[in-house]
Ligand binder design. Structure first.
Ligand code: HPA
Ligand code: ZN
Length: 330
């Protein structure tokens, strides 16, 4: 039995595998600048967050219809089920699709159809989080948010992603205030490449309920104290951090220091089709690098469930699955 976990940091578009990129391009008559699957694969070497984002945005143009989003969501959930995921709070980038002329309703209904079918087929519960692009103007995010509210689109929360350095959370203070007033749960990427000041802003100005990545918090002891005191969830993605050069190697990843400091961390996959593995591979990477014992592994899984936006009753059920896993291991 795989360790049961909640996946709280995965971008749907980051689960688009190279084979599916080629298939959808063919189906939708999209000309891609790659000669072959191998040529596409040869481009998966990144030097920074931006070098990844350039390829990530270029590839998602193959997603054209609601059915494409349903197919992608279901393919992800099948793989997630095999890696122990029991609940997912899925990110997607609306602007990546509306900027290409797709209707918001098409994108959301396509993803929702996949999530509903995945719940039946694989027993994975879900929430859906629309992430705003921090490299685009906050006014664009606000317009989109107003549309989400006005047309009553089925979204549980909002997040903030894309290029980090130079686009501080403070730019989105009003957008997040509006989102909170309208009942959305709120999360933001912060402290992936940029420093602790971005995490402070995410907490104080955006009033986030989870911080995505957050690994740079260790540069600021006062911030660590605050995050520990509040038990603020940090969704850490080890293979992403290595592949985007936020850390040099898995062996020097700050996870052990984060655990030692008492931070509320859990392990996630970010963009698994790009970074070499789904949630199970991310867990395996840190378990192997740091010899994490089964109690620590169980703690990481419990942290993932307590950090979800689920009701208490659902959390209790999922937490019990971790206890079952642990008893079977002992
Ligand atoms: N950081 C910021 N934006 C993203 C990421 C990430 O790791 N993945 C997809 N969009
Ligand atoms: Zn991310």
């Amino acid at each position: 039995m795989k360790l049961p976990v909640a996946e709280l940091h995965v971008h749907l578009e980051g689960t688009l595998e190279p084979e599916m990129i080629m298939e959808l391009a063919h189906k939708n008559g999209i000309a891609l600048p790659y000669e072959s699957l191998d040529d596409l694969r040869s481009r998966y070497e990144f030097t920074s967050l931006q070098s990844f984002l350039d390829l990530f945005y270029a590839n998602m143009v193959v997603l054209c219809t609601a059915e494409d989003f349903t197919e992608l969501t279901l393919a992800y959930l099948e793989r997630a089920a095999a890696s122990g995921v029991r609940h997912v709070e899925l990110f997607f980038d609306p602007q990546a699709h509306t900027s290409r002329g797709l209707a918001l309703g098409e994108v959301i209904s396509g993803i929702r159809a996949g999530l509903a079918e995945g719940q039946t087929r694989f027993g994975i519960s879900h929430q859906l989080i629309a992430c705003f692009w921090r490299h685009a103007p906050a006014s664009e995010a606000m317009e989109l948010l107003i549309e989400l509210v006005r047309d009553d689109h089925d979204i549980d929360g909002i997040g903030l992603d894309s290029s980090e350095v130079g686009f501080p959370p403070e730019l989105f203070t009003e957008v997040f205030a509006y989102a909170r007033e309208h009942g959305f749960r709120v999360v933001a990427h912060a402290g992936e490449e940029a420093g602790p000041d971005y995490i402070w802003q995410a907490l104080d100005l955006l009033k986030v309920e989870r911080v995505d990545h957050g690994i740079r918090c260790l540069d600021d002891p006062q911030l660590v104290k605050r995050l520990v005191a509040e038990q603020m969830p940090l969704t850490v993605c080890p293979l992403s951090n290595v592949r985007l050069r936020a850390v040099d190697t898995i062996e020097v990843h700050p996870l052990p220091h984060m655990l030692e400091a008492g931070l509320n961390v859990s392990i996630h996959s970010d963009d698994p089709a790009y970074f070499g593995g789904y949630l199970d591979a991310n867990l395996a990477a840190v378990v192997n690098a740091f010899n994490l014992d089964i109690d620590t592994q169980a703690q990481l899984a419990r942290n993932s469930f307590t950090a979800t936006f689920l009701e208490a009753e659902a959390k209790v059920k999922l937490l019990a699955e971790v206890d079952t896993w642990l008893s079977a291991k002992k």
